[in-house]
Design a protein. Structure first.
Lengths: 112, 113
């Protein structure tokens, strides 16, 4: 299965700023996704990162707040824009196909 | 509206005994079911999966059971080991959909030596 390197692993950011999270996959994968895990909650899908086109966002998530890029089949970024303390969470990327999804190690974001 | 429910936030068992983690789903269109294990400060790791055409899948100490009529699946770990202590997430995919996963809230398993 694919191995995903995600960075940064953690960050503390000032409100109003933006943070870009990167995910690099060691092989080409069909699908890539971005999730958020808030304390005590399940993994919530933010969007599907589509190669060469705009990401597909889930209800409650918008492109202006969470712009996503996927320039090729092995790389994707998620930006958390104009951050507020409510954005403090763990952000995870995932890649693979239906019968095997691998996750990055996560980015623990704290907004102060 | 939770589509995937793991009603037990935590479970504690003795080493060597069986651990049973449960998951219920609401949508009969889900056709592929997965279990992930997550350690602190790490991403979830795929553990085992089952297709809706089966009712059981076994991999070493891990067995997943699927009851489609009850919309229920369970993960059995036998024998349980202290290294199994982690949060276990149930995940499902929708039939003919975009292959995105829907996760439960997770069950924290503690295996005591």
């Amino acid at each position: 299965s694919a191995v995903i390197s995600q960075k940064p692993s953690r960050d503390i950011c000032q409100r109003g700023t933006s943070l870009t999270i990167q995910c690099q996959v060691d092989s080409q994968v069909t699908m890539m996704f971005w999730y958020r895990q808030q304390p005590g909650q399940s993994l919530t899908l933010i969007a599907t990162a589509n190669q060469g086109s705009e990401a597909t966002y889930e209800s409650g998530f918008v492109i202006d707040k969470f712009p996503i890029s996927r320039p090729n089949l092995t790389f994707s970024t998620l930006t958390v824009s104009n951050m507020s303390p409510e954005d403090s969470s763990i952000y995870l990327c995932s890649g693979g196909g239906r019968y095997g999804y691998t996750f990055g190690s996560g980015t623990r974001l704290t907004v102060v | 509206d939770q589509q995937v429910k793991q009603n037990s936030p935590s479970l504690s068992v003795q080493e060597g005994r069986i651990s049973i983690l449960n998951c219920d789903y609401t949508n009969s269109m889900f056709d592929y079911f997965l279990w992930y294990k997550k350690y602190p400060a790490e991403g979830p790791t795929f553990l085992i999966s089952i297709s809706s055409i089966k009712d059981k899948n076994e991999d070493g100490r891990f067995t997943v059971f699927l009851n489609k009529s009850a919309k229920h699946l369970s993960l059995h770990i036998v024998p349980s080991q202290p290294g199994d202590s982690a949060v276990y997430f149930c995940a499902v995919t929708s039939q003919g959909g975009s292959e995105k996963l829907v996760f439960g809230k997770g069950t924290k398993l503690t295996v005591n030596p």
